[in-house]
Structures are given as structure tokens and as C-alpha cells.
Ligand binder design. Structure first.
Ligand code: IPE
Ligand code: IPE
Ligand code: MG
Length: 255
């Protein structure tokens, strides 16, 4: 039902090129368990997870995906031991230029989703520079969104606050607030809602990711830990997606 029971095939996966999800969102989970299985520190798992992001992003854009949103650090991840949080921030600084180089090569615009204010100042500076570097590619409609200090509830509060400021300033009437108004004030305003949300590592929960945007997303869960989640696993997820019937509350059209 969720994708966990999907039979793994050894044959090449034939995907329908006309039904590739436009926007895929990934909860990059399982780095810690991946490291533990190998007797390595959790930090080694995070480094392997960052390497895998490069591999999966490359394959996703090759398949024709336009927007990829990856969950890198949640608003709840500050609860982790201080040295792990520091390592994650440092890893982000270390790997970001390499990821952005790849995106520049692919003409993909990089955007960061989340509240930047608690992030270390050098990281915020780097984020701003890297966003600027790839901004010209926004016209291609291809995006890599990195959710960093991101929380779905935090994002909704942020949107409510911005909308209420506009109402207070007389720029918007409260009676004119629609779903589109809310979507336009989220961090993901530049992308359509995700068609497919993937969560490797075996956990079957949303963990505060894209709460508003995933209202009609297809969900796919896999036991594979994120650093081991391969291009083939991505294709399996897309194949499962292509077998789903998306009704958006309506009925399946008669053939
Ligand atoms: C995901 O891997 C990375 C972050 C949340 C930053 P985890 O670190 O959550 O890995 P597990 O779930 O402990 O295996
Ligand atoms: C979700 O994973 C956040 C990221 C992958 C960045 P967590 O490992 O933090 O989620 P929980 O705690 O298992 O719900
Ligand atoms: Mg986890």
C-alpha cells in the first residue's frame, strides 16, 4: 500500500516518460542507522547521506523531474547532541559548493527552505551566495530546494504572520484569503505541490515535512537507509507512483 511491499525487479525499469512526477520531495532519513550498522560514528552516516544527495539529484533531473525538495535538517533536529548539530552545519558548509556546482551544470536553481535566523552566520552567507549563483536558472523551472531548519508548522506560522501583516497594512482583505494566498506565502511558493513524497529508512511518518503542500501527494516508504537509496530505488518509487490512481477527491475517469 505504501510501497514497502513493492517487489524488487532485477530487470531494467521501464518508466512512462509522460508521467514523471514534476516535484519529488525526499525525507533523507536513516544516516545514523547506516553508520551504526558499520560501526561508524553518526557523522560518517551524514557524510554518506550528503554524497547520496548528489547521486540522486543527478538521476532525478536526468529522468525529467523539475523540482526536488530534500529534508536536510528539521526544526526539531536542534534537540540532537550539540556535537552532531555542529557537525551537520559544518557538513552543509563543506558540501554545499559541490552540490551547487552540479546544479549550475544542470541549470537548476538552488533554494533553501526554512528559518535561517538560528543558523550560523557563515552558513547563512554561503546560502545567500549559492542561491544568487543559481538564480538565473529559475527561468528553466528546475529547482533543488534544501529544507534546512525547516518545519511545516513553522512555515505555516510564518505564512500566517506575513498574510496578517498585509491585512493590517490594508494590502489584502481578510475575505480574499484563499488556498492560493497561503501557498504563495510558503517557502515553496516557486514550485507546485509535491507529486511524490519519499521516505527511506522504514519510518512511516511525515515528521513535520511539507504539511500543507502534501495534501494530495503520493507517499512512498522504503526500508532502505538513505545513504544506500540508489538511482534504481528512485526508479522503483517512480514506477510505484505511476501505478497509482490520483483522484484528488474525485472519481477515476471511465476508460
Ligand atoms: C537523517 O538521518 C539526517 C537528519 C535528520 C539530519 P538520521 O540522523 O535521522 O538517521 P537515523 O534516523 O538516526 O538513522
Ligand atoms: C526527519 O528525520 C528530518 C530529516 C530527515 C532532516 P528525523 O530522523 O529527524 O525524524 P524522526 O525524529 O524520526 O521523526
Ligand atoms: Mg532519523
Amino acid at each position: 500500500m505504501f510501497g514497502l511491499g513493492h517487489k524488487k525487479k532485477n530487470t531494467a525499469i521501464q518508466l512512462d516518460p509522460n508521467n514523471i512526477p514534476i516535484h519529488i520531495a525526499i525525507i533523507m532519513d536513516g544516516n545514523g542507522r547506516w553508520a551504526k550498522k558499520r560501526g561508524l560514528p553518526r557523522t560518517a552516516g551524514h557524510a554518506a547521506g550528503a554524497d547520496n544527495l548528489v547521486k540522486i539529484a543527478r538521476h532525478a533531473y536526468d529522468l525529467g523531474v523539475k523540482c526536488l525538495t530534500v529534508y536536510a535538517f528539521s526544526t526539531e533536529n536542534w534537540k540532537r547532541p550539540q556535537d552532531e548539530v555542529t557537525n551537520l552545519m559544518n557538513l552543509c558548509m563543506k558540501r554545499l559548493p559541490q552540490i551547487v556546482d552540479l546544479m549550475e551544470h544542470r541549470k537548476v536553481a538552488v533554494r533553501f527552505l526554512g528559518d535561517r535566523s538560528p543558523l550560523p552566520e557563515p552558513l547563512v552567507q554561503m546560502i545567500e551566495e549559492e542561491e544568487k549563483r543559481t538564480e538565473p536558472y529559475a527561468k528553466t523551472g528546475c529547482y533543488l530546494n534544501i529544507a534546512l531548519n525547516y518545519g511545516g508548522r513553522d512555515e505555516i506560522i510564518h505564512a500566517i504572520s506575513r498574510i496578517s501583516q498585509k491585512v493590517k497594512a490594508g494590502e489584502l482583505a481578510a475575505s480574499d484569503i484563499t488556498e492560493e494566498t497561503v501557498s504563495a506565502h510558503l517557502y515553496t511558493a516557486h514550485c507546485p505541490d509535491p507529486d511524490l513524497v519519499l521516505r527511506p529508512s522504514g519510518e512511516i511518518r511525515i515528521s513535520n515535512f511539507l504539511l500543507w503542500q502534501s495534501a494530495y501527494s503520493e507517499f512512498y516508504y522504503d526500508h532502505i537507509l538513505w545513504p544506500d537509496f540508489s538511482p534504481k530505488h528512485l526508479e522503483e518509487a517512480i514506477l510505484t507512483y505511476q501505478g497509482r490512481s490520483r483522484r484528488f477527491g474525485g472519481v477515476t475517469p471511465q476508460k
